[in-house]
Write a protein that binds this ligand. Structure first.
Ligand code: COA
Length: 260
């Protein structure tokens, strides 16, 4: 399927999605949001795609936010609907059964930081800048920023970032846990690819179930969350992959996972 605003590539178990509106710093217009939803859905059951790498085209930006020309036209009901659709995309990514890595190759502002936060891992270039500048437009974050940022870096820091609207440097983002790694720009893609390839050597069902266990347990009391872990641990024990992985270790050979 051809997309107008995305460039898709599949190779060696990885699906690459590049948001491709570089002249608008890859701002998320409605059409791009719909295409992203479609692209993730297309790969959900594709056995050739074991992890997804999401990045932005050009040298300046991952995503410089929701498209401000569309935001300018929203009223109460269309604004609510717009936020819900963007949030839906972030939920699809957050609960995706395969690891999703955001490669933040420049500005990740507003919807860009929100999109990156929905991904399971974030790698940023040394020159990346993140932030939630919506208040500068008289708006607030609407694709999960007020909720995920506080969960990821704590309420105090989230309030600072959201109320000031200022840009956060890559090293600040790293020290706060907003990104997992900061990498020199010229090595960013290679490092993301290497990390993704290391991840996809592991049992594919285990990867998906680990994501599910973390997501489902995170906002619950520990005892309930541990119940969820035990239930999902039982499920993973019943898979062929678990038998293969443990047998391979005991037989001192590499595992051959089949995602079953
Ligand atoms: N929505 C729509 N268009 C955007 C955009 C956005 N979020 N961010 C950048 N663009 C467009 C600019 O309007 C410009 O288009 P034009 O060439 O047709 O005028 C183009 O992308 C390049 O951006 P420009 O502002 O000229 O680049 P810059 O290097 O001077 O500044 C930024 C970069 C990121 C600081 C600046 O573009 C910016 O502040 N963008 C908005 C960020 C934002 O508020 N995002 C949150 C939205 S909720």
């Amino acid at each position: 399927m051809d997309f107008k605003n995305l460039w898709l590539r599949q190779a060696e178990g990885l699906g690459w999605i590049t948001i491709n509106r570089p002249d608008k710093l890859n701002a998320l217009n409605r059409e791009t949001i719909e295409e992203l939803i479609q692209a993730f859905e297309n790969w959900r059951h594709d056995e050739e795609v074991l992890a997804v790498i999401l990045t932005g085209a050009g040298e300046k930006a991952f995503v410089a936010g929701a498209d401000i020309s569309e935001l300018a036209r929203l009223d109460e009901s269309s604004g609510r609907e717009y936020a819900r659709r963007g949030q839906e995309l972030t939920l699809i990514i957050e609960n995706y059964p395969k690891p999703v890595l955001a490669v933040i190759n420049g500005y990740a502002l507003g919807g860009g930081t929100e999109l990156a936060m929905a991904c399971h891992l974030r790698l940023a270039s040394e020159t990346a800048k993140m932030g939630q500048p919506e208040v500068k437009l008289g708006l607030i974050p609407g694709f999960g920023g007020t909720q995920r940022l506080a969960r990821l870096i704590g309420k105090g820091r989230a309030l600072e970032v959201i109320l000031s609207g200022r840009m956060v440097t890559a090293s600040e983002a790293l020290s706060w846990g907003l990104v997992n790694r900061v990498v020199p720009t010229e090595r960013l893609m290679e490092e993301a690819e290497n990390l993704a390839k290391e991840i996809i050597k592991n049992g594919p069902l285990a990867l998906g179930l680990a994501i599910e266990a973390i997501n489902r347990g995170l906002d619950r009391p520990l005892e309930e969350a541990l119940e969820i872990e035990a239930e999902i641990f039982g499920q993973v024990c019943a898979t062929e992959d678990a038998r293969e992985g443990t047998a391979a270790f005991l037989e001192k050979r590499p595992p051959r996972f089949r995602g079953q």
